[in-house]
Design a protein around this ligand. Structure first.
Ligand code: KIV
Length: 282
């Protein structure tokens, strides 16, 4: 069944948890989509997990469009959300509108996601008025890493928690179709989820959100070094890949691969004539 904005809204109303996973390429999008995920996020986390940057700041619009196109080709039923990268919506409403349009027209995204609350409501409003659904992103917003001074839990003090609640209410008011809330105390996310009519999708925000999102490399053990506390490793694909790559290397070196079953045949007479012609034995 095709997932749309209406599907996600209905899920909020019926309590059917929304599942969202990141994907950045065609084959992963196909796999995730075949498993029945509701939504695929082409996150700017691709800068870190696919391109090897230290944070998401260097990601460009061209990067996002390139990966969103691939994901859109693989996602048959999932609702595809593409991240607006750092500085692609900060300069002006016009810039935000132009770039959101590119992610839909060129990338094939169904919706865009941008980080920020009150300060970005004019962008959210303009983009959604252009019939492009906007997912807002609050809490730990990785594009503000330099202002936060690191990847830290947000909204622990009364003042900061209340600011996140106000931002959530305002982005909804501005027209956001959903909210991603990252790395905040579970009870704060629960309060926000109960206050908003739009779906609230959590990452590191506890079990009471309307849905969950994870970066697929994190949940499949395909990372190097630090894994955030909120990540559950559902499988160890990283080790499975390492095992597969090592087997390939060993079997190729030993000559075990490729064996008869992986080879194409040729008529004996033809190869005999060719071997004779070029002075080689069969
Ligand atoms: O870029 C991303 O993958 C995200 C998720 C962490 C929510 O924004």
């Amino acid at each position: 069944m095709k997932n749309t904005l209406i599907t996600l809204l209905n899920q909020k109303q019926t309590g059917d948890k929304i599942t969202m996973l990141t994907a950045y390429d065609y084959s992963t999008a196909r796999l995730v989509d075949e498993c029945g995920v509701n939504s695929i996020l082409v996150g700017d986390s691709l800068g870190m997990v696919m391109l090897g940057y230290e944070n998401t700041l260097p990601v460009t619009m061209e990067d996002m469009i390139h990966h969103t196109k691939a994901v859109s080709r693989g996602a048959k039923n999932a609702f595809v959300v593409a991240d607006m990268p750092f500085m692609s919506y900060h300069v002006s409403v016009e810039q935000a509108l132009t770039n959101a349009g590119r992610l839909v027209k060129e990338g094939g995204a169904h919706a865009v996601k941008l980080e920020g609350g009150t300060d970005f409501c004019d962008r959210i409003s303009a983009i959604s008025k252009a019939s492009i659904p906007v997912v807002a992103h609050l809490g730990l917003t990785p594009q503000s890493i330099n202002s936060f001074g690191g990847f830290k839990v947000q909204g622990k003090s009364l003042e900061k928690a209340d600011k996140i609640v106000k931002d959530a209410l305002e982005v909804e008011q501005a027209g956001a179709c959903a909210l991603v809330i990252e790395c905040v105390p579970a009870k704060l996310a629960k309060l926000i989820t109960s206050l908003l009519k739009i779906p609230v999708i959590g990452i590191g925000a506890g079990a009471d959100c309307d849905g969950q999102v994870l970066v697929y490399q994190d949940m499949l053990g395909m990372f190097f070094g630090f894994a955030p506390k909120f990540v559950k490793q559902f499988e160890n694909a990283g080790d499975a890949m390492r095992r597969g790559f090592s087997k390939y290397i060993n079997e190729t070196k030993s000559g075990e691969f490729p064996s008869e079953e992986h080879c194409f045949g040729i008529n004996d007479e033809i190869i005999k004539q060719l071997n004779n012609k070029y002075g080689r034995e069969d």
